[in-house]
Write a new protein. Sequence first.
Length: 358
Amino acid sequence: MVNSYDEWSPLREVIVGSAQGYEAHELDLSFRLFFNVFDEFTDRARKPFKRHHVEELSEDIEGLVSVLEELSVTVHRPIALGEAAKFRTPYWSSDGTPALNVRDQAIVLGDEILETSPQVRARHFENDLLKPVFYQYFKAGAKWTVMPRPVMTDRSFDPVQAKRRQPTLVPNPEPSAFDVGVEMMFDAAQCLRFGRDVIVNVSNENHALAVTWLQRHLADRFRFHVLNQADNNHIDTLVLPLRPGTLLLRHPGVVDLLPEPLRRWDKIYAPEPSPEDFPDYDDDDLTLTSLYIDVNVLSVDENTVIANSQAPALIKVLEAHGFTVVPVRHRHRRLFSGGFHCFTLDTVRADSRPDDYF
């Protein structure tokens, strides 16, 4: 039975993503707005991956699966793509992506699986690859809700933040007969769970509409605390709770963005990453994250954390604060924009409860 209210209770069941069939990034407007990429590769509609990068990513994910199983965690997997799935809606077309960063478009809140509305067109049908697992949980008694799906015409996106950063490079939206105005679009990875409280990053009108929907849908069960523009989208490389009373933070400036009760928690600050801990890439490789991507760790319980073996300084800091660190290799995190927290959707955590940590 689905049960997960926080990020740290003992992990019993988890979905781990798959990179199989990942061929390229579709560099359409939705992708560029999400990653704020307007100054590179502007003459391309598609950025293929090098095959060996995908193969090495898949090796590293299988290493994560093996470690989780050794820790007695039940691992579920999505349907794997044999090749990129091409699809067309009445409004646009794209090549689909595998369910790699499975935390991005689904969140477990207590006994409910909630699918969020995609922000990138290529990911519109990505959660279909998770449906066999979701149906398994639904048949066992879980609630299952889907946020309204966006039309995703050019005028569905709020471009204000991107235009503020790149005023001369963000194109004006193309009009469409199917325009409905700015829509709710939002990733579950913008949320972190603290029992009955959820902190959530809001950076544009798309996010704000989605949070209004979440508040109306779950007002009797959860309290949502908005962080305004803490990051462009996801916040799990900025802050992660490791156990009640302890936060892992990217830098001290993050504290001022947090709800007042969390400012009193103990703080572990990630060390400055070393470029030497990352692979060297060619000029035509598109990196999508900062060097702080390894903050994206996964808590197995209140004392045990899975961290990237390629981030030795971070491991040393976590161990100095009393955590048992299980190192797992993850080489190409900057190319595929995800760490171990991103790659996983924890569906069952033992003794996880809607406690009031605030």
